[in-house]
Design a protein around this ligand. Structure first.
Ligand SMILES: *[C@@H]1O[C@H](CO)[C@@H](O)[C@H](O)[C@H]1NC(C)=O
Ligand SMILES: *[C@@H]1O[C@H](CO)[C@@H](O)[C@H](O)[C@H]1NC(C)=O
Ligand SMILES: *[C@@H]1O[C@H](CO)[C@@H](O)[C@H](O)[C@H]1NC(C)=O
Ligand SMILES: *[C@@H]1O[C@H](CO)[C@@H](O)[C@H](O)[C@H]1NC(C)=O
Ligand SMILES: *[C@@H]1O[C@H](CO)[C@@H](O)[C@H](O)[C@H]1NC(C)=O
Ligand SMILES: *[C@@H]1O[C@H](CO)[C@@H](O)[C@H](O)[C@H]1NC(C)=O
Length: 714
């Protein structure tokens, strides 16, 4: 008989461990916070499409934090999944520094992993390395500050909720939700290696289920490799894409009756080795002819910008919904049936690695090295998820002031750099320029977390499918040698962003992912070698050297995004005046469209207690209850200037009345802030007239009733 004693906060739980339900193995906490940045004028991070600036909100972005500690309350690890394109080094440095200010050494760069879901529909400008901020016209402080504040707040919320609990794990296959977007590169991997796998992308989803001491659910994390590029590069509304939507569905189900982001249960749909993995399951087709593209080159009649991947839905929103729903359904199934109780130590290993200078002994005679960063030509061609929008990089004229300024710093690559990256033809020699500040990272985080038999490999970039498999296998082999059996999970786009990582063989093909493997052909080997060291240290219980400190370039950042100058309402109107009123009544299935005179949504960033640009409210006997916000899937918030010169703008709010909406009296309120010529920011709001929402008319039922009556009369 084994007895276990857990002490936490004066509470002593004594259990007979054979009764699994009674045994408490960990302390767990989960927290969520809003990170939505500027909802206007800032370029979206992901497609590098300089015209794709934000114009409103599809739904909000959140940070979801999970704290796991051993039951003795000695060691903690933190995993944070954020609805963003990726995490930047600057974000991690600042988040950790703020956490240290509050919690001392409890949460540090070593035991906290921050991972981006990789939505391509969030505002950019939060990076410290120049290349990643080109399309956003440099650094955007508004994006950076909301991101940092939201992540820190999610950890605080998780910290406040820490309690004794348990964690279950489950794994299963999700089909029809991802495809390989560079199959010709994948096919260059050795045949015997490919033969070990049924698919050319990973289909497995891994789920962790967090419960309190009574077995009640408090959180869920799922990992599944698929790009959040269901919304394409024409989308102008901030969105969490397919994974953000899956989180919303899960949290809505678990937190019945609460608004998005307000419930206690936190559900993260985190990213994994999605480097070459697309959600557009109908595959690449030519925009003009509708026929499949030329496969190896991803072109249509020689033009890459015509070749775009679609599906599975009828448009991008529908595709987002389907890929999100698929991930939600699979995660819920795995969550409900999770029965593998996790037990064992909580541990973490972390080091900073200078990735430009890693030596790898390939065999007894050959030693190779990584290179300083450089981007290949195919980088400019983009991918079939978002083709060729970086073409402006090569052109002589651009409308990007930031690019015009920095382009002249680009140098011709040295011979050593050329041969290091071969066969990659170098387009941007980002590693050999330091002006006006560093263009791509040298030093990145390499980090491993452990919770019992669960190992999380946190990688600072986008691993291709096969790269991820090789990394998992290598770590697993080290663990096995130490007597631990585990299939590690890759947490993609974690901590810093160092672009893509392909296998050596995929690199030879130089598609977008290979062209964006920035430390040269041996990048993957270099990562594997470093993760093996961490795994070994974890097994042996030895210390890992901290490595070289990354730079903090915050006060070097240049910004070319003009600020909001001022807002004015048109003559005879006020901010919040209704420009288009609702009809007097609607039915389920209808769309309500209303318009208001507005200020620039950027004014509302960082305003205390500002939570939504809109509320859909239902009349109660005594007042009004908020039913929906701009964080909901069924509402859209869109903004545009009606006169840029006069500072006049307007917002359009639409509400799709779905079947779950109950009949009653409703109204819509728009909340915002306007900026005076003197720079003062003032809140305002405007509310529509009341309108009725009735039940859907079911034509069949009505017809039957009518016929029944007719018969009676007849
Ligand atoms: C657990 O440990 C943390 C950090 O050392 C400490 O702040 C907290 O008070 C401890 N909690 C309990 C309940 O012992
Ligand atoms: C996927 O999950 C199943 C079920 O746990 C497992 O048997 C299989 O090995 C996994 N496949 C991969 C590629 O990890
Ligand atoms: C984006 O999706 C829309 C449908 O929602 C489609 O009309 C458009 O052609 C797509 N554009 C690109 C570049 O993928
Ligand atoms: C070592 O690896 C290099 C590069 O792959 C190869 O050319 C060489 O033949 C290998 N040498 C031995 C002894 O395996
Ligand atoms: C924000 O909300 C908090 C808590 O409700 C309140 O104490 C604070 O005064 C509010 N701040 C502003 C600027 O309204
Ligand atoms: C409104 O919601 C319904 C149910 O989710 C959906 O089928 C429909 O396509 C939506 N309409 C629009 C215009 O988004």
């Amino acid at each position: 008989m084994v007895w276990k004693r857990v002490t936490f906060g004066g509470l002593i739980v004594v259990c007979l461990i054979t009764y699994v339900r009674c045994a408490i193995n960990y302390i767990v906490g989960a927290g969520i916070a809003d990170i939505t940045g500027p909802a206007a004028e800032v370029d979206m991070m992901g497609y590098a499409n300089p015209g794709q600036t934000a114009r409103g909100i599809h739904f909000r972005q959140y940070s979801r934090a999970f704290i796991i500690g051993d039951s003795d309350n000695k060691t903690r690890v933190v995993f944070i999944s954020v609805d963003t394109g990726m995490v930047s080094q600057l974000i991690k440095l600042e988040v950790i520094s703020r956490l240290k200010a509050v919690y001392g050494d409890l949460y540090t760069e070593r035991n906290v992993v921050i991972s981006g879901i990789h939505t391509h529909s969030g505002p950019g400008g939060f990076h410290q390395y120049l290349l990643f901020d080109i399309t956003s016209l440099g650094f955007v402080k508004e994006s950076y500050s909301t991101f940092v504040a939201g992540v820190v707040q999610s950890v605080k919320n998780a910290h406040e909720s820490v309690q004794p609990g348990n964690i279950y794990m489950n794994e299963g296959e999700l089909l029809d939700s991802n495809i390989n977007r560079s199959p010709t590169a994948y096919a260059n991997n050795p045949g015997e290696e490919r033969a070990k796998y049924v698919h050319n992308v990973d289909k497995n989803m891994t789920v962790l289920k967090f419960v309190d001491r009574n077995g009640n659910g408090i959180g869920m994390i799922s990992w599944f490799a698929v790009h959040c590029t269901s919304m394409n590069n024409t989308n102008r509304l901030i969105s969490g894409d397919n994974k953000g939507y899956a989180s919303q569905l899960f949290e809505r189900e678990m937190n019945k009756g609460t608004l998005p982001g307000q419930g206690k249960f936190v559900a993260a749909f985190a990213q994994s080795n999605e480097g070459d993995v697309s959600p557009n399951t109908k595959g690449p087709h030519c925009l003009d002819t509708g026929l499949p593209c030329d496969n190896p080159t991803s072109t249509c009649n020689g033009k890459n910008e015509m070749c775009v991947a679609f599906g599975p839905g009828k448009d991008m929103t529908d595709s987002t919904r389907i890929i999100g729903l698929n991930q939600y359904n699979k995660a819920m199934e795995l969550y409900k049936s999770a029965s593998k109780l996790i037990t064992g130590p909580v541990d973490f290993k972390h080091t900073y690695v200078d990735m430009t200078n890693v030596e790898i002994q390939l065999n007894s005679t050959t030693k190779v090295k990584t290179c300083k960063p450089a981007m290949g030509y195919s980088f400019a061609a983009g991918t079939t998820d978002g083709p060729g929008m970086f073409n402006f990089v090569q052109g002589s004229k651009s409308e990007n002031l930031f690019w015009d300024l920095v382009r002249d710093f680009l140098a011709t690559p040295t011979d050593a750099q050329r041969s290091c990256h071969a066969p990659k033809p170098i387009l941007l020699d980002t590693g050999e320029i330091k002006n006006p500040y560093q263009w791509q990272p040298y030093i990145v985080d390499v980090q491993l977390l452990r919770v019992g038999s669960m190992f999380l490999v946190a990688v600072p970039g986008e691993f291709s499918t096969m790269s991820g498999r090789r990394l998992r296998n290598a770590v697993s082999k080290v663990l096995t040698s130490g007597g631990v059996s585990s299939t590690p999970v890759i947490a993609g786009l974690s901590n810093d962003y160092a672009d893509y990582i392909t296998t050596f063989e995929e690199y030879q093909i130089q598609r977008y992912e290979g062209a964006s493997t920035i430390y040269g052909p041996h990048t993957l080997r270099a990562y594997i070698q470093n993760f093996e060291l961490l795994a070994e240290a974890m097994i042996k219980g030895t210390k890992v050297a901290p490595g070289p400190n990354p730079p903090n370039l915050l006060n070097k950042q240049l910004s070319f995004l003009p600020p909001v100058i001022f807002d004015l309402p048109p003559a005879g109107k006020q901010f919040g005046s209704v420009v288009q009123a609702p009809d007097s009544s609607y039915n389920v299935g209808d769309i309500v469209t209303v318009k208001f005179v507005s200020g620039n949504p950027r004014n509302s960033v960082e305003q205390a207690n500002f939570t939504s640009f809109l509320t859909v409210e239902k009349q109660t006997p005594s007042s009004w209850e908020v039913m929906l916000t701009d964080a909901d899937w069924d509402t859209l918030f869109e903004w545009h200037h009606t006169s840029f010169i006069l500072g006049e703008s307007e917002v359009t709010i639409t509400w799709n009345i779905t079947a779950t909406v109950t009949s009653g009296n409703y109204r819509i309120t728009h909340h915002g802030h306007h900026k005076s010529i003197g720079g003062t920011i003032t809140p305002y709001k405007g509310t529509t007239t009341t309108f009725k929402v009735g039940p859907a008319i079911d034509v069949n039922t009505e017809l039957k009733k009518l016929l029944a009556n007719t018969n009676l009369i007849g």
